[in-house]
Write a protein that binds this ligand. Structure first.
Ligand code: B12
Length: 230
């Protein structure tokens, strides 16, 4: 973890249930397409976790990383991986009622996955985090062409643009997109993140003025709170 990262979200104490056992059951549910069991686990975590990012990272992200590792090692099929992803994506919607509980602050963010980037769950989590903190989070989803991004920024006048990239080979596309946003909107803060940075590249993108690379939802939330004046 980056030394300046905020600490991980605390788990509620005393623990209302065994998170580790629940995690393992959830993962098995994902791998066996047991949507009902996954839903039960997700709802249990949703109720128990005061911070939504605990649920997003310690249950959903962790399980998808595990699914990805199993796929990479040839232990599960592409179809199983796709089913697990579809279940995960649909469960995120159960958190919706939580997102709009905070009063609206009149600020907004445009969040997008760069062109040819089809991994969109991390980006959606970031957009949700803005909503959770009283911002409007415009989420453009996967594979956003830079022209479409620039048009939306022109239309919505957001306070920040956040770009997500997962595949290491898409890093150049991210840098091009961030450069185009920077050229068109010189003062607009740009946040970038996503697991492509697990393989390096942070300094290449932070080289652009006004661009910050953030490693986690915790870092993103710290940034949002600071900009919200909280
Ligand atoms: C599901 C999945 C897919 C799905 C995605 C569907 C969808 N609806 O999103 C599909 C089938 C499309 C897919 C395709 C491919 N995939 Co894929 N996929 C995955 C998998 C299993 C899960 C992805 C996921 O949702 N993770 C969970 C989310 C929550 O994590 P996250 O994205 O990291 O987001 C977190 C942080 O990074 C951060 N974050 C993310 N964005 C941002 C942005 C900002 C601003 C901030 C602050 C933070 C932030 O917040 C999130 C919460 O912490 C991963 C395994 C893995 N390790 O993730 C492989 C993985 C990402 N895929 C991989 C590969 C290789 C591919 C393909 C090339 C496979 C192929 N041969 O076709 C294609 C590429 C397609 C493309 N051009 O994008 C590799 C990438 C390896 C690399 N070195 O780049 C991985 C790591 C699998 C592996 N272990 O090898 N994939």
């Amino acid at each position: 973890m980056n030394p300046s990262s905020p600490p991980p979200a605390p788990l509620p104490l005393p623990l209302p249930f065994d998170f580790e056992a629940s995690y393992r059951g959830y993962l098995v549910g994902l791998l066996t397409n047991d949507r009902q069991h996954c839903r039960q686990c997700f709802e249990q975590w949703l109720e128990a976790c005061p911070e939504l990012r605990t649920l997003y990272e310690d249950l959903v992200r962790r399980s998808l990383y595990d699914v990805g590792d199993l796929w990479e090692r040839g232990r599960i099929s592409v179809a199983t991986e796709h089913l697990a992803t579809a279940i995960s994506e649909s469960l995120l919607n159960l958190a919706y009622p939580r997102l709009f509980a905070q009063p609206r602050l009149g600020k907004s963010a445009v969040v997008a996955c760069v062109a040819n980037e089809y991994h969109q769950i991390g980006g959606k989590m970031v957009a949700d985090l803005f909503e959770l903190n009283g911002w409007r989070g415009y989420f453009l989803g996967a594979n956003t062409p830079v022209q479409g991004l620039l048009e939306l920024v022109t239309e919505k006048h957001p306070d920040v643009v956040a770009l997500s990239v997962s595949v290491a080979s898409s890093l150049d596309t991210l840098i091009d997109a961030a450069s185009e946003v920077r050229a068109a909107f010189p003062d607009l803060p740009i946040l970038v993140g996503g697991q492509a940075f697990r393989w390096g590249g942070r300094e290449r993108v932070e080289h652009l003025p006004g661009v910050r690379c953030l490693a986690s939802l915790g870092e993103a939330e710290a940034w949002i709170k600071q900009e919200s004046g909280r």
